[in-house]
Design a protein around this ligand. Structure first.
Ligand code: ZN
Length: 381
C-alpha cells in the first residue's frame, strides 16, 4: 500500500496465530510504566541515546518510548524522564538531550489553538477528529454501497458507563466487492488504541479511502477488494482520543474508576495492556503496571475494558480459530488472515509473541511477513 507515510509502528499478527492475533498483539515501545501522563509531558526530555546493537535496542524498546532510530550512528531518539536519563547514563550509555525538541515538547499541550475552520484537530488540521473520521466512513458507505459496509464494533468506556449520550461507539467499515461472493481471506486493521498516536487513525482512514477510490482504477486496490475482506477500525479508543484532541498528551482510555489524586489526567487503562491473552503474565521491562496512574496500567482484570472486549469479540467473529489450544500449537500452512494494529511513531514492525521472548509458533512465517511489510515501509523488523 502506498500511504503517505507517517512513521508508524506496525504491530502485526497473522491469523495463522489466531490467539496472537486476537489476544497478544506485541507491545510497542512504551514510556516508563511508573509515570503518569501529565508528569511525562511536563518533565520529560527528548534525547539521543547510544545502543550497542539490534539486541540491545530491542531490550530498550520494551521499556522506553523510542521515537526514531539511526542505525548508522547507533543512536536512538527517545522520550525520557530524568530518572531514566540517570539510569541509562549509569549503564554507560551516551545520553544527549535535544534542547530544541524538548522545548517543543514543553509547548504541549496545544489546547489554546482553535478548531480549524476547515476541520481537523486543533494544531493538526490534517488529522480528522473522531466525529470527522466516522462521518468519512459513513459517507464512504453511502457513496459505495457495493464496496463498503458500515459496522459498529462496540462502545467506549464512557458510552457504556454513562447515560445521556456521552462516549462514543467504535465504528468501522468492511471493504470488499459485493459482486464477488466470499468467503474471502480477512484483513483487520485497527488504529489509535493509544489515543495520542494521532496519525494512526488518519492513516487507516486514508487507506480505506484509497482502496475504495482506487477500485476499478488501480489494479492493486481492485484485486484487494475483489479477493479479500478488509475490516478497518480507525478509532479504537475514541474517549481517549477526544482527550488527545483537546491538547492533552493522553494515551489510555478514560476509565476513572481508580483515581490518581496527584494527577487527574493520569487515570485510565492502557488498552494495549488489557487483552485477555496472557494478561499480567508478561515479564521483563515495560510489560505492564499494576499502578492505576501508570501509562502502562493493565487494568483490574483481563479484558476489563469495553474497548478491548469489543475488539476481541469482533476478531473472534471475523477470524476462524485455526490453531489448537496450546501456545505451541502451529497453524496449518493454508491458514489465512492478518491483523495489524497501528502505533506511532517508532518506525518498527513488531510481530508475536509480545509477552515472552520465546518464538511464537509459525515464527518463520510471521517474520517473513513482517519483513515484507518492512520492505515496503522502510521500517525495522
Ligand atoms: Zn502505541
Amino acid at each position: 500500500m502506498s500511504l503517505s507515510r507517517p512513521a508508524l509502528a506496525v504491530v502485526m499478527a497473522a491469523a495463522v496465530t489466531f490467539h496472537a492475533a486476537v489476544l497478544a498483539a506485541p507491545l510497542e515501545p512504551t514510556p516508563s510504566p511508573t509515570l503518569p501522563a501529565a508528569t511525562q509531558s511536563s518533565a520529560a526530555v527528548v534525547a539521543q541515546v547510544s545502543f550497542a546493537n539490534q539486541d540491545d535496542l530491542n531490550r530498550m524498546a520494551g521499556d522506553l518510548d523510542i521515537w526514531q532510530v539511526d542505525h548508522g550512528t547507533r543512536r536512538a531518539t527517545m522520550l525520557l524522564m530524568p530518572a531514566q536519563v540517570q539510569r541509562l547514563r549509569a549503564e554507560g550509555r551516551t545520553v544527549t538531550v535535544d534542547v530544541q525538541a524538548t522545548a517543543r515538547l514543553a509547548a504541549w499541550p496545544v489546547q489554546a489553538a482553535a478548531q480549524p475552520a476547515e476541520g481537523g484537530i486543533p494544531s493538526f488540521p490534517c488529522y480528522r477528529t473522531v466525529e470527522e473520521t466516522y462521518a468519512t466512513l459513513a459517507q464512504l458507505a453511502v457513496d459505495h454501497p457495493d464496496l463498503v459496509q458500515p459496522v459498529t464494533i462496540g462502545q467506549s468506556w464512557q458510552s457504556v458507563t454513562t447515560s445521556g449520550g456521552a462516549g462514543y461507539p467504535i465504528e468501522g467499515v468492511v471493504l470488499t466487492s459485493q459482486a464477488l461472493p466470499g468467503p474471502k481471506p480477512v484483513f483487520f486493521l485497527m488504529a489509535a488504541i493509544h489515543a495520542r498516536e494521532l496519525t494512526t487513525a488518519e492513516a487507516a482512514t486514508r487507506f480505506a479511502e484509497q482502496l475504495v477510490q482506487g477500485y476499478g482504477v488501480d489494479a492493486d486496490a481492485t484485486w484487494l477488494l475483489d479477493h479479500t475482506a478488509i475490516h478497518i477500525a480507525p478509532q479504537t479508543n475514541p474517549d481517549g482520543r477526544k482527550k488527545a484532541e483537546s491538547g492533552l498528551f493522553w494515551r489510555k482510555n478514560i476509565n476513572d474508576s481508580q483515581s490518581c489524586f496527584f494527577d487527574p489526567n493520569g487515570v485510565g487503562i492502557d488498552l494495549n495492556r488489557n487483552s485477555s491473552f496472557r494478561w499480567n503474565q508478561c515479564t521483563g521491562f515495560g510489560c505492564s503496571s499494576s499502578d492505576a496512574c501508570s501509562l502502562t496500567y493493565r487494568g483490574p482484570s483481563a479484558a476489563s475494558e469495553p474497548e478491548v472486549q469489543a475488539v476481541e469479540a469482533y476478531m473472534r467473529a471475523i477470524f476462524a480459530d485455526q490453531r489448537g489450544p496450546l501456545d505451541s500449537d502451529t497453524a496449518p500452512a493454508d491458514a489465512s488472515g492478518v491483523m495489524v494494529s497501528l502505533h506511532s511513531y517508532a518506525p518498527l514492525i513488531l510481530y508475536p509473541w509480545g509477552w515472552t521472548q520465546a518464538p511464537a509458533p509459525n515464527a518463520d512465517g510471521l517474520r517473513t511477513l513482517g519483513r515484507k511489510f518492512g520492505f515496503y515501509t522502510g521500517y525495522d523488523v
